[in-house]
Ligand binder design. Structure first.
Ligand code: MG
Length: 158
């Protein structure tokens, strides 16, 4: 059986933090405000994977009221989601991520994100696609107030 899932996340920019997306530190003058490291790519991806598995969402498994997740490296969360899928005998077929950001430019970092995410998910880089778009200046993304990310993932029986 095949199972599809969707995930979405958005975070507001905040000064004095590194910008971490897809497990990669991206040079920028601000990062994303969050209880964790603010990696909206990994958060959306985790929600897509958990959604496909019928396992709820990231907030249910890693609540921001739990201080053990304070400033946590989101790659740890992604690896935990991978373990949850394995425990359900589910394998990742592929995943596709769309980053919505007016700035900074994502293109130079896409391949590093793919390699990092693939390693944490235990899949080949060709099975994880990452792309980015601006919103041509419209909305909170266009005003450079924050970054939004959509993700879809397909699972199959392992
Ligand atoms: Mg988040």
């Amino acid at each position: 059986m095949m199972r599809i899932g969707h995930g979405y996340d958005a975070h507001v920019f905040a000064a004095g933090r590194p910008l971490v997306l897809g497990g990669v530190i991206i040079p920028h003058d601000q990062g994303l405000k969050a209880h964790s490291d603010g990696d909206a790519v990994i958060h959306a991806l985790c929600d897509a994977l958990l959604g496909a598995a019928g396992l709820g969402d990231i907030g249910r498994h890693f609540p921001d009221t739990d201080n053990s997740y304070s400033n946590i490296d989101s790659r740890i969360l992604l690896r935990r989601v991978r373990s949850m899928l394995a425990a359900q005998s589910l394998a990742i077929v592929n995943a596709d991520v769309t980053i919505l950001a007016q700035a900074p430019k994502m293109a130079p970092h896409i391949e590093a994100m793919r390699a990092t995410l693939a390693a944490d998910m235990g899949i080949e880089p060709h099975a994880i696609n990452v792309k980015a778009s601006t919103t041509e200046g419209m909305g909170f993304v266009g005003r450079k107030e924050g970054i939004a990310v959509h993700a879809v993932a397909l699972l199959t029986d392992a």
